[in-house]
Design a protein around this ligand. Structure first.
Ligand SMILES: Nc1ncnc2c1ncn2[C@@H]1O[C@H](COP(=O)(O)OP(=O)(O)OP(=O)(O)O)[C@@H](O)[C@H]1O
Ligand SMILES: [Mg+2]
Length: 323
Protein backbone atom coordinates (compact mmCIF):
# COMPACT_ATOMS: atom_id res chain seq x y z
CA UNK A 1 0.00 0.00 0.00
CA UNK A 2 1.26 3.43 -0.82
CA UNK A 3 -0.69 5.97 1.11
CA UNK A 4 -1.33 9.16 -0.77
CA UNK A 5 -3.07 11.88 1.09
CA UNK A 6 -5.18 14.30 -0.78
CA UNK A 7 -8.33 16.27 -0.52
CA UNK A 8 -11.68 15.44 -1.93
CA UNK A 9 -14.14 17.39 -3.91
CA UNK A 10 -17.19 16.19 -2.06
CA UNK A 11 -18.79 18.36 0.53
CA UNK A 12 -20.09 15.57 2.74
CA UNK A 13 -16.71 14.07 3.39
CA UNK A 14 -15.46 14.32 6.87
CA UNK A 15 -12.01 13.13 6.09
CA UNK A 16 -9.96 11.68 3.32
CA UNK A 17 -6.68 10.18 2.67
CA UNK A 18 -4.99 6.86 2.54
CA UNK A 19 -4.31 4.60 -0.19
CA UNK A 20 -4.27 3.72 -3.74
CA UNK A 21 -4.03 0.04 -2.90
CA UNK A 22 -1.45 -1.71 -4.99
CA UNK A 23 -0.26 -5.23 -5.23
CA UNK A 24 -1.22 -6.49 -1.81
CA UNK A 25 -3.07 -9.76 -1.70
CA UNK A 26 -4.07 -9.57 1.91
CA UNK A 27 -7.31 -8.03 3.02
CA UNK A 28 -7.33 -4.36 3.65
CA UNK A 29 -8.14 -3.53 7.19
CA UNK A 30 -11.42 -1.73 7.26
CA UNK A 31 -11.30 -1.37 10.97
CA UNK A 32 -8.54 1.15 11.23
CA UNK A 33 -10.07 4.41 10.21
CA UNK A 34 -12.04 7.08 11.89
CA UNK A 35 -15.31 5.67 10.67
CA UNK A 36 -16.60 2.81 12.75
CA UNK A 37 -18.71 1.11 10.18
CA UNK A 38 -20.22 -2.21 10.80
CA UNK A 39 -23.69 -3.05 9.87
CA UNK A 40 -23.80 -5.07 12.99
CA UNK A 41 -24.73 -8.31 11.37
CA UNK A 42 -22.88 -11.46 12.09
CA UNK A 43 -23.71 -12.99 8.73
CA UNK A 44 -22.13 -10.17 6.86
CA UNK A 45 -18.60 -11.00 7.84
CA UNK A 46 -16.01 -8.95 9.56
CA UNK A 47 -16.42 -5.77 7.65
CA UNK A 48 -19.08 -3.21 7.15
CA UNK A 49 -22.49 -4.49 6.35
CA UNK A 50 -25.02 -2.10 5.03
CA UNK A 51 -23.19 0.76 6.46
CA UNK A 52 -20.44 3.20 6.14
CA UNK A 53 -16.91 2.48 7.08
CA UNK A 54 -13.45 3.79 6.59
CA UNK A 55 -12.40 3.28 3.07
CA UNK A 56 -8.88 4.12 2.11
CA UNK A 57 -8.69 6.48 -0.74
CA UNK A 58 -7.30 9.36 -2.57
CA UNK A 59 -8.78 11.78 -4.99
CA UNK A 60 -6.94 11.27 -8.22
CA UNK A 61 -6.35 14.29 -10.33
CA UNK A 62 -7.40 12.80 -13.64
CA UNK A 63 -10.97 12.21 -14.60
CA UNK A 64 -12.36 10.33 -17.50
CA UNK A 65 -15.70 9.07 -18.56
CA UNK A 66 -17.62 11.86 -16.86
CA UNK A 67 -19.90 12.21 -19.78
CA UNK A 68 -22.64 14.71 -19.60
CA UNK A 69 -26.00 13.02 -19.55
CA UNK A 70 -29.13 14.63 -20.85
CA UNK A 71 -30.96 16.38 -18.05
CA UNK A 72 -28.50 15.29 -15.42
CA UNK A 73 -26.31 17.76 -13.69
CA UNK A 74 -23.14 15.72 -13.37
CA UNK A 75 -22.70 17.10 -9.86
CA UNK A 76 -20.31 19.92 -10.49
CA UNK A 77 -18.95 18.59 -13.71
CA UNK A 78 -15.69 20.48 -13.54
CA UNK A 79 -14.92 19.26 -10.05
CA UNK A 80 -16.08 15.78 -10.96
CA UNK A 81 -13.56 15.58 -13.75
CA UNK A 82 -10.72 16.39 -11.43
CA UNK A 83 -11.79 14.24 -8.50
CA UNK A 84 -13.44 10.90 -9.25
CA UNK A 85 -15.37 9.43 -6.36
CA UNK A 86 -14.01 6.02 -7.14
CA UNK A 87 -11.44 4.78 -9.61
CA UNK A 88 -10.03 1.38 -10.52
CA UNK A 89 -6.98 1.44 -12.76
CA UNK A 90 -5.66 -1.80 -14.24
CA UNK A 91 -7.03 -3.73 -11.29
CA UNK A 92 -6.57 -7.47 -11.02
CA UNK A 93 -7.64 -9.70 -8.19
CA UNK A 94 -6.25 -13.16 -7.59
CA UNK A 95 -7.36 -15.01 -4.50
CA UNK A 96 -5.08 -17.15 -2.38
CA UNK A 97 -6.46 -20.32 -3.94
CA UNK A 98 -5.34 -19.09 -7.37
CA UNK A 99 -8.77 -17.99 -8.60
CA UNK A 100 -8.41 -14.92 -10.79
CA UNK A 101 -11.61 -12.92 -10.35
CA UNK A 102 -10.63 -9.71 -12.15
CA UNK A 103 -8.03 -8.75 -14.74
CA UNK A 104 -6.97 -5.34 -15.90
CA UNK A 105 -10.17 -3.62 -14.83
CA UNK A 106 -10.56 0.11 -15.41
CA UNK A 107 -13.59 1.90 -14.02
CA UNK A 108 -14.20 5.45 -12.86
CA UNK A 109 -17.24 6.76 -11.00
CA UNK A 110 -17.54 10.52 -10.61
CA UNK A 111 -19.39 12.37 -7.88
CA UNK A 112 -23.07 12.44 -8.75
CA UNK A 113 -22.83 9.50 -11.16
CA UNK A 114 -24.94 6.38 -10.79
CA UNK A 115 -23.05 3.52 -12.40
CA UNK A 116 -24.51 0.03 -12.64
CA UNK A 117 -22.56 -3.12 -13.36
CA UNK A 118 -24.02 -6.12 -15.11
CA UNK A 119 -22.16 -9.30 -15.99
CA UNK A 120 -22.36 -13.07 -15.82
CA UNK A 121 -22.47 -14.80 -12.45
CA UNK A 122 -18.99 -15.25 -11.01
CA UNK A 123 -17.35 -12.57 -13.17
CA UNK A 124 -16.11 -10.61 -10.17
CA UNK A 125 -18.79 -7.98 -9.54
CA UNK A 126 -19.00 -8.52 -5.79
CA UNK A 127 -15.22 -8.75 -5.69
CA UNK A 128 -15.06 -5.32 -7.31
CA UNK A 129 -17.39 -3.91 -4.67
CA UNK A 130 -15.42 -5.49 -1.85
CA UNK A 131 -12.28 -3.86 -3.24
CA UNK A 132 -14.07 -0.51 -3.41
CA UNK A 133 -15.28 -0.90 0.17
CA UNK A 134 -11.82 -1.63 1.50
CA UNK A 135 -12.85 -5.10 2.67
CA UNK A 136 -10.32 -6.65 0.34
CA UNK A 137 -7.17 -5.44 -1.46
CA UNK A 138 -6.23 -5.46 -5.14
CA UNK A 139 -3.52 -7.82 -6.39
CA UNK A 140 -2.39 -5.52 -9.21
CA UNK A 141 -3.32 -2.02 -10.26
CA UNK A 142 -4.75 0.71 -8.09
CA UNK A 143 -8.08 1.47 -6.46
CA UNK A 144 -8.74 5.03 -5.31
CA UNK A 145 -11.69 6.19 -3.24
CA UNK A 146 -12.17 9.89 -2.67
CA UNK A 147 -14.01 9.64 0.62
CA UNK A 148 -14.08 7.58 3.75
CA UNK A 149 -17.81 8.02 3.94
CA UNK A 150 -18.86 4.95 1.98
CA UNK A 151 -22.26 3.27 2.29
CA UNK A 152 -22.59 -0.44 1.51
CA UNK A 153 -25.86 -2.28 0.96
CA UNK A 154 -25.97 -6.03 0.46
CA UNK A 155 -28.61 -8.23 -1.08
CA UNK A 156 -29.91 -9.20 2.37
CA UNK A 157 -31.22 -6.50 4.60
CA UNK A 158 -28.99 -7.79 7.45
CA UNK A 159 -30.98 -6.02 10.18
CA UNK A 160 -30.45 -6.96 13.80
CA UNK A 161 -33.56 -9.00 14.64
CA UNK A 162 -33.88 -7.80 18.23
CA UNK A 163 -33.70 -4.12 17.35
CA UNK A 164 -36.65 -2.05 16.25
CA UNK A 165 -36.61 -0.23 12.94
CA UNK A 166 -35.61 2.95 14.74
CA UNK A 167 -32.78 1.25 16.60
CA UNK A 168 -31.55 -0.53 13.48
CA UNK A 169 -31.58 2.66 11.44
CA UNK A 170 -29.70 4.45 14.22
CA UNK A 171 -27.05 1.77 14.59
CA UNK A 172 -24.31 3.33 12.49
CA UNK A 173 -24.98 6.76 13.95
CA UNK A 174 -24.50 5.18 17.37
CA UNK A 175 -21.23 3.61 16.31
CA UNK A 176 -20.16 7.02 15.06
CA UNK A 177 -20.92 8.45 18.49
CA UNK A 178 -23.24 11.10 17.14
CA UNK A 179 -25.04 12.92 19.91
CA UNK A 180 -28.40 11.56 20.97
CA UNK A 181 -30.22 14.60 19.60
CA UNK A 182 -28.42 14.52 16.26
CA UNK A 183 -29.02 10.79 16.00
CA UNK A 184 -32.71 11.18 16.69
CA UNK A 185 -32.97 13.93 14.10
CA UNK A 186 -31.19 11.97 11.39
CA UNK A 187 -33.01 8.73 12.14
CA UNK A 188 -36.43 10.39 12.00
CA UNK A 189 -35.57 12.19 8.78
CA UNK A 190 -34.21 9.05 7.12
CA UNK A 191 -37.09 6.83 8.22
CA UNK A 192 -39.38 9.36 6.62
CA UNK A 193 -37.26 9.51 3.49
CA UNK A 194 -37.56 5.76 2.93
CA UNK A 195 -41.28 5.75 3.70
CA UNK A 196 -41.25 3.86 6.99
CA UNK A 197 -43.10 6.44 9.08
CA UNK A 198 -45.31 4.61 11.56
CA UNK A 199 -43.10 1.52 11.64
CA UNK A 200 -40.38 2.89 13.91
CA UNK A 201 -41.21 0.44 16.72
CA UNK A 202 -41.57 -2.63 14.54
CA UNK A 203 -39.06 -5.46 14.67
CA UNK A 204 -37.57 -6.74 11.39
CA UNK A 205 -39.73 -9.89 11.40
CA UNK A 206 -42.81 -7.67 11.50
CA UNK A 207 -41.85 -6.04 8.19
CA UNK A 208 -42.21 -7.15 4.58
CA UNK A 209 -39.07 -7.91 2.54
CA UNK A 210 -39.31 -4.55 0.79
CA UNK A 211 -39.71 -2.73 4.10
CA UNK A 212 -36.69 -4.51 5.53
CA UNK A 213 -34.67 -3.35 2.55
CA UNK A 214 -35.93 0.20 3.08
CA UNK A 215 -34.76 0.02 6.69
CA UNK A 216 -31.42 -1.28 5.49
CA UNK A 217 -31.07 1.59 3.03
CA UNK A 218 -32.04 4.03 5.76
CA UNK A 219 -29.35 2.66 8.04
CA UNK A 220 -26.71 3.60 5.49
CA UNK A 221 -28.36 6.86 4.49
CA UNK A 222 -28.22 8.12 8.07
CA UNK A 223 -24.54 8.89 7.68
CA UNK A 224 -25.15 10.62 4.36
CA UNK A 225 -22.53 8.67 2.41
CA UNK A 226 -20.86 10.35 -0.51
CA UNK A 227 -20.25 6.99 -2.19
CA UNK A 228 -22.84 4.24 -2.10
CA UNK A 229 -22.04 0.64 -3.03
CA UNK A 230 -24.96 -1.70 -3.74
CA UNK A 231 -24.59 -5.45 -4.25
CA UNK A 232 -27.89 -6.60 -5.79
CA UNK A 233 -29.93 -5.02 -3.02
CA UNK A 234 -33.31 -5.75 -4.62
CA UNK A 235 -32.51 -9.10 -6.23
CA UNK A 236 -34.66 -11.08 -3.81
CA UNK A 237 -37.76 -8.92 -4.20
CA UNK A 238 -40.72 -9.35 -6.51
CA UNK A 239 -40.78 -7.19 -9.61
CA UNK A 240 -43.37 -4.72 -8.38
CA UNK A 241 -41.60 -4.09 -5.09
CA UNK A 242 -38.28 -3.85 -6.86
CA UNK A 243 -39.61 -1.23 -9.28
CA UNK A 244 -41.08 0.79 -6.45
CA UNK A 245 -37.81 0.66 -4.53
CA UNK A 246 -35.96 1.67 -7.70
CA UNK A 247 -38.22 4.73 -7.93
CA UNK A 248 -37.54 5.53 -4.29
CA UNK A 249 -33.83 4.99 -4.60
CA UNK A 250 -33.75 7.45 -7.48
CA UNK A 251 -35.67 9.94 -5.40
CA UNK A 252 -32.96 9.65 -2.74
CA UNK A 253 -30.25 9.88 -5.37
CA UNK A 254 -31.73 13.11 -6.70
CA UNK A 255 -31.96 14.48 -3.15
CA UNK A 256 -28.62 13.38 -1.80
CA UNK A 257 -26.63 13.01 -5.00
CA UNK A 258 -24.15 10.41 -3.79
CA UNK A 259 -21.92 8.58 -6.26
CA UNK A 260 -23.32 5.08 -6.72
CA UNK A 261 -21.89 1.77 -7.88
CA UNK A 262 -24.80 -0.64 -8.22
CA UNK A 263 -24.59 -4.33 -9.08
CA UNK A 264 -27.58 -6.06 -10.57
CA UNK A 265 -28.53 -8.97 -12.79
CA UNK A 266 -31.43 -6.97 -14.22
CA UNK A 267 -30.60 -5.03 -17.35
CA UNK A 268 -33.81 -3.00 -17.01
CA UNK A 269 -32.99 -2.07 -13.44
CA UNK A 270 -29.48 -1.03 -14.47
CA UNK A 271 -30.74 1.17 -17.30
CA UNK A 272 -33.56 2.68 -15.27
CA UNK A 273 -31.31 3.74 -12.39
CA UNK A 274 -28.09 4.72 -14.00
CA UNK A 275 -26.17 7.43 -15.73
CA UNK A 276 -23.96 4.64 -17.14
CA UNK A 277 -24.17 0.87 -17.40
CA UNK A 278 -20.92 -1.05 -17.33
CA UNK A 279 -20.92 -4.54 -18.83
CA UNK A 280 -18.35 -7.04 -17.56
CA UNK A 281 -16.98 -10.07 -19.35
CA UNK A 282 -17.11 -13.58 -17.91
CA UNK A 283 -14.45 -14.53 -15.35
CA UNK A 284 -11.85 -13.30 -15.09
CA UNK A 285 -13.94 -10.19 -15.32
CA UNK A 286 -13.02 -6.93 -16.94
CA UNK A 287 -15.01 -4.07 -18.36
CA UNK A 288 -16.08 -4.86 -21.88
CA UNK A 289 -18.63 -2.11 -22.52
CA UNK A 290 -19.57 1.20 -20.95
CA UNK A 291 -22.98 2.41 -22.07
CA UNK A 292 -24.10 5.97 -21.26
CA UNK A 293 -27.78 6.35 -20.36
CA UNK A 294 -29.15 9.56 -21.87
CA UNK A 295 -32.22 9.99 -19.65
CA UNK A 296 -32.36 12.84 -17.17
CA UNK A 297 -33.55 12.79 -13.55
CA UNK A 298 -36.06 12.59 -12.06
CA UNK A 299 -37.17 9.57 -14.07
CA UNK A 300 -40.83 8.74 -14.34
CA UNK A 301 -41.81 5.08 -13.83
CA UNK A 302 -43.33 5.16 -17.33
CA UNK A 303 -39.86 5.55 -18.79
CA UNK A 304 -39.61 1.76 -18.50
CA UNK A 305 -42.20 1.36 -21.23
CA UNK A 306 -40.73 3.77 -23.77
CA UNK A 307 -39.13 2.58 -27.02
CA UNK A 308 -35.91 4.44 -26.17
CA UNK A 309 -35.66 2.56 -22.90
CA UNK A 310 -36.26 -0.79 -24.61
CA UNK A 311 -33.66 0.02 -27.26
CA UNK A 312 -31.04 0.79 -24.63
CA UNK A 313 -31.84 -2.41 -22.73
CA UNK A 314 -31.41 -4.27 -26.01
CA UNK A 315 -28.03 -2.64 -26.52
CA UNK A 316 -26.80 -3.61 -23.04
CA UNK A 317 -28.12 -7.16 -23.46
CA UNK A 318 -26.30 -7.49 -26.77
CA UNK A 319 -23.02 -6.54 -25.04
CA UNK A 320 -23.75 -9.13 -22.36
CA UNK A 321 -24.26 -11.87 -24.94
CA UNK A 322 -21.23 -11.06 -27.07
CA UNK A 323 -17.97 -12.66 -25.99
N1 LIG B 1 -12.53 -15.29 -0.99
C1 LIG B 1 -12.48 -15.94 -2.17
N2 LIG B 1 -11.56 -16.91 -2.37
C2 LIG B 1 -11.48 -17.55 -3.55
N3 LIG B 1 -12.26 -17.28 -4.61
C3 LIG B 1 -13.19 -16.32 -4.46
C4 LIG B 1 -13.36 -15.61 -3.24
N4 LIG B 1 -14.36 -14.71 -3.39
C5 LIG B 1 -14.80 -14.88 -4.64
N5 LIG B 1 -14.10 -15.83 -5.29
C6 LIG B 1 -14.26 -16.26 -6.67
O1 LIG B 1 -14.10 -15.13 -7.51
C7 LIG B 1 -14.99 -15.20 -8.60
C8 LIG B 1 -15.84 -13.94 -8.63
O2 LIG B 1 -16.70 -13.96 -7.51
P1 LIG B 1 -17.75 -12.79 -7.26
O3 LIG B 1 -18.46 -13.11 -6.01
O4 LIG B 1 -17.05 -11.49 -7.35
O5 LIG B 1 -18.70 -12.95 -8.54
P2 LIG B 1 -20.01 -12.16 -8.92
O6 LIG B 1 -19.79 -11.56 -10.26
O7 LIG B 1 -20.41 -11.25 -7.82
O8 LIG B 1 -21.07 -13.34 -9.08
P3 LIG B 1 -22.66 -13.33 -8.78
O9 LIG B 1 -23.27 -12.60 -9.93
O10 LIG B 1 -23.01 -14.80 -8.82
O11 LIG B 1 -22.90 -12.70 -7.46
C9 LIG B 1 -15.79 -16.49 -8.41
O12 LIG B 1 -15.22 -17.48 -9.20
C10 LIG B 1 -15.63 -16.81 -6.96
O13 LIG B 1 -15.67 -18.19 -6.74
MG1 LIG C 1 -22.00 -11.19 -6.46
Amino acid sequence: MTPTDTTTGTSTDTSTGAAASTGSDGPADPGTGTRAGTGGDASAGPGPSNGTHPSPGTAPTVGSGGESVGGVEPAGDGAARTAPALRFTGVSKRFRDGTVALVDTDLTVHPGEFVSIVGPSGCGKSTLLRLASGLDAVTDGTMDVASRNVGYVFQDATLLPWRTVRANVGLLAELEHLSRAERARRVAETISLVGLDGFERHLPHELSGGMRMRASLARSLVLDPSIFLFDEPFGALDEMTRERLNDELLRMFVLRRFAALFITHSVAEAVFLSTRVVVMSGRPGRVKADVPVPFGYPRAPELRYSPEFAALCGQVSAHLRSE
